[in-house]
Write a protein that binds this ligand. Structure first.
Ligand code: FAD
Length: 476
């Protein structure tokens, strides 16, 4: 009997759980991807780097499958209808897909399972995007972990070589099938989207792009621990969007990291484990999507009204007057990616210097990030806002100037994104409002004209935040 593999956030032709199981069990296997109207129609803009990135990945996957005797059937429709209809058209007995843990995806998969079931077709789903999923890693008393370090220790203890083995699907490639009626892949324009600056950014897309980034990072992985916190350095892997869309296998990355002996590789593996930590939080606590992980913090009174709206707009538009925050916001606005240290800094600034609800920042990131992932983004925001699981304690408040001095000491990153500060002397680059009028004139950066003064005073904001948290939490 024939089967259909439904690709979603797993755009690759190798080490793929669903593809392996389908190929190993069926003599004829079709492959499909749906540009899901339920998702695309809800996007705020018709220029979206993610749609372009996915499109490039789909084109490459189709070409790769064709080279092996198969193809990718691509539909532009609601996946809830398109997959059951396609399965019936092709006459398959089963559909294969990999798990997606986001609440909307779970609801979609339930609907598809129901429709397929009504037609007598099974939906088989598999763990693929993580090493450990759902409730595989629990505390000794069978509860989900709420603290990272013991979760990580349990994760490492549970790990066997088999968990990171690649699915050996090569032996079954001859089972790939092509439908009798051939369709052309829709172009980005036919999907209703325009090209973004992804090409100008030279963002490597698809499986080949992931491979390029991975080969490059493998050479640097030993230095990760030393360089990862400095946004001006090439210290991190830049693989997040590829992990998000599955153009590379997490098992391959974890396997390599585990074989290394460097501290850098060990720290990097921990980041992959953070990714799974937040995935399991979302699985156990889907309510975190709109609520605090720690319910007592739902009582926090965040700033609202005209002033808060103006502050939020200044944050989004990189006009806070704090150079590191503004440079970081330009990075996300211009490229769809932001360095992890900066994500922490700007999230802390929004929630603790401006007192604005983390959900507003989280939604802004969700619209901008190429690597946007509900679990990681929500986890990161709740971490910074101190409302989350194993979060930054609420009384620990990043000082945006000190963070800048520490992690961008020469202001190299700041100057890259804020050319208006290019000539500001190093000693003033982190707090340019402290320059005298003469110094401002000398470097051609007049505060209030060429660059804004700070929109809030950090010391006053800090005191207000401590009071805000104390009102719902009597003791640290
Ligand atoms: P590397 O440092 O090379 O790390 C390797 C991989 O580990 C990343 O690609 C990512 O998959 C994972 N990872 C690293 N750090 C974390 C973390 N703290 N939490 C979960 N996974 C992690 N990551 C996303 O993938 N999508 C998001 O939407 C997202 N939103 C974030 C929002 C905030 C406020 C914060 C503080 C962090 C967020 N992160 C998010 C985590 C992290 O910033 C990015 O994964 C990282 O910057 C991506 O760059 P990289 O691939 O070079 O990371």
């Amino acid at each position: 009997s024939a089967a259909l593999v439904w690709f979603r956030r797993d755009l690759r032709d190798h080490d793929h759980a669903a593809l392996y199981h389908a190929l190993a069990s069926h003599p004829r296997v079709y492959c499909a991807f749906v540009f899901d109207r339920d998702i695309l129609d809800a996007l705020p803009a018709r220029r979206d780097r993610r749609v372009e990135f996915i499109h490039a990945g789909v084109v490459e996957l189709d070409a790769a499958l064709r080279a092996q005797g198969g193809s990718l059937i691509v539909r532009h429709a609601s996946a809830r209808d398109a997959i059951p209809r396609l399965a019936v058209e092709l006459g398959v007995s089963a559909v294969y897909a990999n798990h997606d843990y986001e609440p909307d995806a779970l609801a979609r998969d339930d609907a598809v399972r129901g429709a397929l079931g009504a037609a007598g077709i099974a939906l088989h789903t598999f763990k693929d995007q993580v090493v450990f999923e759902k409730a595989e890693i629990l505390t000794g008393s069978g509860k989900p972990f709420a603290v990272f370090t013991p979760y990580r220790n349990a994760w490492r203890k549970a790990l066997t070589a088999a968990h990171v083995d690649a699915y050996p699907l090569e032996a079954y490639r001859s089972h790939l099938a092509v439908p009798t009626s051939e369709e052309r892949l829709p172009s980005l324009g036919e999907l209703g989207f325009e090209a973004t600056n992804l090409t100008a950014l030279r963002m490597p897309c698809g499986m080949s792009g992931a491979r390029t980034l991975w080969q490059d990072f493998k050479q640097r992985i030993a230095d990760y621990q030393r360089t990862r916190d400095f946004p001006a350095l090439k210290g991190v892997s830049y693989l997040s969007a590829h992990l998000r869309f599955g153009t590379i296998s997490v098992r391959e990355l974890a396997r390599f990291a585990l074989m290394q002996t460097s501290e850098g590789a060990d720290t990097w593996l921990n980041e992959l484990i953070w990714r799974e930590f937040y995935q399991q939080i979302l699985w156990h606590r889907p309510d975190v999507v709109s609520r605090s992980f720690k319910p007592e913090f739902d009582a926090l009174r965040w700033e609202e009204g005209a002033e808060a709206d103006a502050h939020f707009a200044a944050w989004c538009e990189a006009r806070t007057g704090y150079p590191l925050v503004d440079a970081a916001m330009r990075q996300i606005n211009q490229t769809g990616w932001m360095h992890n240290r900066l994500r922490m800094v700007v999230a802390s600034f929004l929630t603790k210097d401006l007192g604005i609800h983390w959900l507003r920042g989280e939604r802004y990131f969700a619209a901008q990030l190429l690597d946007y992932d509900l679990a990681a983004n929500n986890g990161g925001w709740q971490w910074a806002a101190s409302t989350g699981c194993d979060a930054q304690p609420w009384f620990r408040i990043f000082n945006p100037v000190t963070q800048s001095e520490k992690f961008d000491p020469g202001g190299r990153f700041i100057r890259r994104y804020l050319p208006e500060l290019a000539a500001v002397p190093d000693r003033h680059i982190h707090a340019p409002w402290l320059m005298s009028p003469m110094e401002q004139a000398a470097c051609g950066c007049r505060i209030g004209t060429d660059y804004p003064p700070p929109i809030v005073d950090h010391a006053a904001a800090r005191a207000a935040t401590l009071a805000r948290f104390k009102s719902v939490r009597a003791t640290p």
